[in-house]
Structures are given as structure tokens and as C-alpha cells.
Design a protein around this ligand. Structure first.
Ligand code: ZN
Length: 385
């Protein structure tokens, strides 16, 4: 069966932030909790948001979102939500505050513990429409979480699990490309490569969903065509606009499922001993997974080459490697400081990740191990791995 599910309400426009008061009214939210992180708070975006929202009303702010959202941070934000009598949320920031706000929206209306709602533990049907309303305002162009049905949250025991439900899709996404104008080059590159990876992995997913594939291809062309300009010239409004649309389109295609890149980057992002950026991990892993999948997606690789204007002799993995190099991304997991002694655990977790099932080539523990080793050393994935 094909499950094709649209639409989310999205405001996409430079300056869209100033209309967020209308969204609150339309959704009937009287007291929102703002969820963000320290960096976003520091650059004044939360103050700007509050100034367009309130006439003297005190609006609570949770700014303690970690790089990778954790269960304990969800519980801390939930305390603030309850103590202020909140009835909805506004998440402003990258994917982490948006995912964390989804966790709060869930637990404010569903009994704990959080773990029981994890997708791989059979939690999807336990998440009802009672989830509190959430308005998502992305300040990076990458995650797509503003229109996505998943939240990735690290539990107390270190497992980074996906919480997935159509009810977790934010009720509104406010996509204001001007909010990304100040994003530093390294973060622009990492988050942009996340968006590009979403478009590629969802396109390669074997699920039958032609509308989502068309969106993924459009997002890919915009992303690849503008990421270098957005990195080199951060104030270029056209490049920022195109990158935000690429990220949004990547998110709109999540319903097809991702693949082995995300099956690996999710557990890697949950490692406690080192803090690894999701987008950077995806950028580094993507060429190796493209090598691994090549034999199982030849026709789609031809479509990707054609849409990117590449001739038949171009190897997509090499193409992404050169793009990473031009963007200043690390070339290997070793360069990122990924601990090699984690590979057995990561390979096992990858097979259990919800993204693994939609990789075009079935991947088991030994396959994931081979991809990790290759990406660590910067060598080709061993054929037949
Ligand atoms: Zn991602």
C-alpha cells in the first residue's frame, strides 16, 4: 500500500516571523512556551519573537536545548510548560529545539514515560491527536523538522530513538529565510548537506510515492545549486531563500522514509562521549552509503545524475565527496573524532533504526560496520559488504 499524506500549513516568506501572532490566534493558543537554545537566545531572535507576540504579557522561554535533544531536557521544558499553564508551543531554532518541543507537546497530553512512544518500540499508534499544538520556526535550512512527523530524542540510557506520528507534525511552519542570514558558513554547510541528504535518501527509498519523489528532486536541485553560494556569501538573500526551500522540500518527503545515512547518524548523534553534528555526520557518510547502494538503485542514480546535469560517467559518491571538500566539510569520521570502539554498538543500533527499512539495499550489522570502517578510513566500501 502507498501512504501519501499532505498537507501542512506553511508560511514561506522573508519577514514571515512578524505574522506569528495570527498563527497563535488561529490555533487558539493563549499561553505558548517558547523552546529554543542558548545560541538562538544570544543572537536576539527570541527577543524579536517575543516583541512581535506580546503586549506586556510574560511568555516563558526554555532555552536549555542541548545539541542533541535529550529526555531530561524534555522533562525540564515540560515542567516550565506546566508551571505556566501553557497550552501550546513555539519552537525557534534548528532541528533540536523543534524536536524537543515535539517531545513536550507529546508528554503534556500523554502519560509518561517517553520511551513507550518510540517508533521501534511500537509507540506510533499510542500517539493521539491530543498532542499540544506546535508552531515551528526554523533558523537553519536543513532539518525539515518543521514539517516532519518525527522527533529524535536521546533517552536517559543513551539510546537516540525516533518518535513518529502525523500528530507530531507542527500545526504551522513559519519559514522565514531572513532568519538564516546570520548563520555561520560551517553551520550553513552542515545543515545544507542535511537537507541535500534528505532529498537523496527519500528519493532512493523504495516506497511508491511519486509526488514525494518529485519534491525531493526539486529540493535536491535547489540545494546543490545554492549551497556553495549560501556558504560563501551568507548575506545572499536568493541563496538563503533557495536553501530554506530545499530544506522544507526535504522535510516534506520524509514520509517516504530515509535510509542508511540516517540509520547511522541517529545512533552516532546519541553518543555521550562526543557531540557530533547531525548534518556533518550525514555529509561525511553520504558518499559511502551511495557506494554501498549503487548496485541496487541504478535507474534512480541515472535520474539523479540527469537532474544534477551530470553525464553518465560521473560517480555520485565522488561528486558528493568533491562538494564536501569545496564546502570545507570533514572527509572522514576519524576527522570528526568519532570513536572507533563505538562501531559495534552503532552498527547494531543502525539495524534497529526506523530509517534502515527504507534503504534501497537491505543492510545488516556487517554492512553497517563496513560502511563505518570505510567512512572512518576514507577508503571505498568493500564490495559485497
Ligand atoms: Zn537529517
Amino acid at each position: 500500500m502507498s501512504l501519501i499524506s499532505y498537507l501542512t500549513t506553511i508560511r514561506f516568506q522573508a519577514g514571515a516571523l512578524s505574522d506569528v501572532g495570527n498563527d497563535l490566534r488561529e490555533l487558539g493558543i493563549r499561553m505558548p512556551l517558547i523552546v529554543t537554545d542558548a545560541g538562538i537566545s544570544r543572537v536576539g531572535l527570541v527577543d524579536r519573537l517575543i516583541s512581535v507576540l506580546s503586549a506586556g504579557q510574560h511568555i516563558p522561554v526554555f532555552a536549555g536545548t542541548p545539541t542533541n535533544p535529550t529526555e531530561s531536557a524534555v522533562m525540564a521544558a515540560l515542567d516550565l510548560y506546566c508551571s505556566h499553564g501553557c497550552d501550546g508551543l513555539i519552537a525557534i531554532g534548528g532541528g533540536s529545539p523543534i524536536d524537543l518541543a515535539k517531545g513536550v507537546a507529546l508528554l503534556s497530553t500523554h502519560d509518561g514515560p517517553l520511551e513507550q512512544y518510540a517508533a521501534i518500540l511500537g509507540g506510533i499508534p499510542k500517539i493521539s491527536a491530543a498532542v499540544a499544538p506546535l508552531i515551528a520556526i526554523p533558523t537553519t535550512a536543513g532539518t525539515g523538522s518543521e514539517v516532519g512527523r518525527a522527533a529524535l530524542i536521546t533517552l536517559e540510557d543513551g539510546r537516540k530513538l525516533g518518535f513518529i506520528s502525523p500528530h507530531l507534525i507542527p500545526k504551522r511552519a513559519i519559514c522565514d529565510p531572513d532568519l538564516t542570514l546570520g548563520l555561520p558558513p560551517a553551520l550553513t554547510a552542515a545543515t545544507g548537506m542535511d537537507a541535500i541528504t534528505h532529498c537523496i535518501e527519500t528519493f532512493l527509498s523504495p516506497h511508491f510515492n511519486p509526488p514525494a519523489e518529485a519534491i525531493a528532486l526539486d529540493g535536491l536541485v535547489r540545494g546543490v545549486g545554492n549551497i556553495e553560494r549560501a556558504v560563501a556569501q551568507g548575506a545572499d538573500r536568493t541563496a538563503r531563500h533557495e536553501m530554506m526551500m530545499a530544506a522544507l522540500e526535504g522535510g516534506l518527503t520524509f514520509q517516504k522514509g530515509l535510509g542508511a545515512v540516517h540509520a547511522l547518524s541517529h545512533p552516532l548523534g546519541g553518543l555521550k562521549q562526543v557531540s557530533l553534528h547531525h548534518g556533518t555526520l550525514n555529509a561525511v557518510l553520504l558518499p559511502y552509503v551511495l557506494e554501498f547502494n549503487r548496485s541496487h538503485a541504478e535507474a534512480k542514480y541515472a535520474t539523479l545524475r540527469q537532474r544534477l546535469g551530470l553525464n553518465d560517467s560521473v560517480d555520485l559518491a565522488d561528486y558528493v565527496r568533491s562538494l564536501n571538500l569545496r564546502l570545507g566539510m570533514p572527509a572522514t569520521l576519524a576527522e570528526m573524532g568519532v570513536p572507533r570502539d563505538s562501531f559495534a554498538l552503532i552498527a547494531k543500533s543502525a539495524t534497529e533504526d526506523h530509517s534502515s527499512a527504507t534503504n534501497p539495499r537491505p543492510a545488516g550489522e556487517a554492512d553497517y560496520r563496513a560502511i563505518l570502517e570505510a567512512a572512518y578510513e576514507g577508503i571505498p566500501v568493500k564490495p559485497g559488504a
